[in-house]
Design a protein around this ligand. Structure first.
Ligand code: UDP
Ligand code: MG
Length: 316
């Protein structure tokens, strides 16, 4: 199979017939073999009934239904695991993303050799309350991750199958799939300007809290992917540095005091000096950080994922 389309959805019953018809029209015209995976993320409207009805007419449709609303990341993760296509595309169910983009995205993966191609809604049809914070969000993510994308959270993306089978999307991490992919070693990341429409049916499922959670997620994902296998390198470095500074200050204070009293000069009490408290804190923090690193190292050593390396290709 050439192409798998993964569509996470929550209460999008009205959009589904139009969406699936449109996808089928575009892809059959191109003669691509494909499947569409509709992941019902615990809808409370009749999305699932609509999916069942559509699937009974159309063998390219597959459905997975969550018992509860677990979030878009969960829906994508489960959808990814079920895909069979050489290329995997994701798109939102609300008709804001256009299926017309799919063939070109497919071509960029198979012919230009991209690991991941992200859509860029250059001209967006969303309220300002969404587009302005999004600019900040994208700028910060670009700076931290070093990936030159304009629109990290675009629902329309295409992946080499290797990428979706290798990465894990959890929590609210769907906003950072390009970052996750890069840290997993899939570095050829491209971008394609895509058409964007106003939401036709239903309402948006994300409020402003997305931006707070978003930044925390970026912090943890950057940290975890860099130091998960070697926490001691992070904590140990900081801890050693802090401990060293504390020790130097302590030696200085002690030496000074000793030297001054040796020469019968007037010396301040050691505890009278701000430097003393600084060195005390530095030594304690140093030991604490070192310990944190050591414990993290032990946890990591006992974890089930200490040797889960990603293999890109094998020969024979
Ligand atoms: N979605 C989902 N689970 C959720 C929230 C959203 O599967 O908990 C789906 C939603 O149905 C849509 C896509 O994720 O297909 C993008 O959501 P939405 O259009 O509300 O986001 P926006 O376009 O406003 O950023
Ligand atoms: Mg939308």
């Amino acid at each position: 199979m050439e192409l798998s389309i993964v569509v996470p959805l929550l209460n999008e019953a009205e959009s589904l017939p139009e969406l699936t018809r449109w996808i089928a029209r575009v892809l059959t015209a191109r003669g691509l073999s494909y499947e569409v995976l509709l992941i019902d993320d615990g809808s409370t409207d009749d999305s699932w009934a609509v999916i069942e009805a559509l699937a009974s007419q159309d063998a390219t449709l597959r459905g997975i239904r969550f018992n509860l609303n677990y979030g878009k990341s969960a829906a994508l993760n489960v959808g990814f695991a079920a895909t069979r296509g050489r290329v995997v595309c994701t798109m939102d169910a609300d008709l804001q993303d256009s299926p017309e983009e799919l063939p070109e995205l497919y071509r960029m993966i198979t012919e230009d050799g991209y690991d991941l191609v992200s859509g860029w809604k250059q001209k967006r049809y969303d309220p300002l309350s969404k587009t302005i914070p999004t600019k900040l969000f994208n700028g910060a993510t670009r700076a931290i991750s070093g990936i030159k994308l304009h629109d990290f959270n675009c629902g329309l993306k295409a992946y080499d199958q290797r990428v979706v089978k290798a990465i894990e999307v959890y929590g609210e991490m769907h906003r950072y799939i390009p970052v996750i992919a890069k840290w997993a070693g899939f570095k050829k990341i491209g971008e394609k300007v895509v058409q964007h429409q106003e939401r036709k049916y239903g309402v948006t499922k994300f409020g402003l809290e997305r931006f707070i959670y978003g930044f925390l997620d970026l912090a943890s994902i950057t940290f975890v992917s860099r130091f998960r296998r070697r926490p001691m390198h992070f904590f140990g470095t900081l801890g050693t540095l802090s401990f060293f500074i504390g020790m130097v200050l302590t030696v200085w204070l002690t030496g000074e005091k000793w030297w001054l009293s040796l020469h019968n000069m007037k010396a301040r009490g050691v505890t009278q000096q701000p430097l003393f408290f600084l060195s005390l804190v530095a030594v304690i923090i140093g030991v604490q950080l070192f310990l944190a690193g050591f414990l993290a190292e032990m946890v990591q050593l006992n974890g089930p994922r200490r040797n889960d390396y990603l293999i890109r290709d094998t020969l024979r």
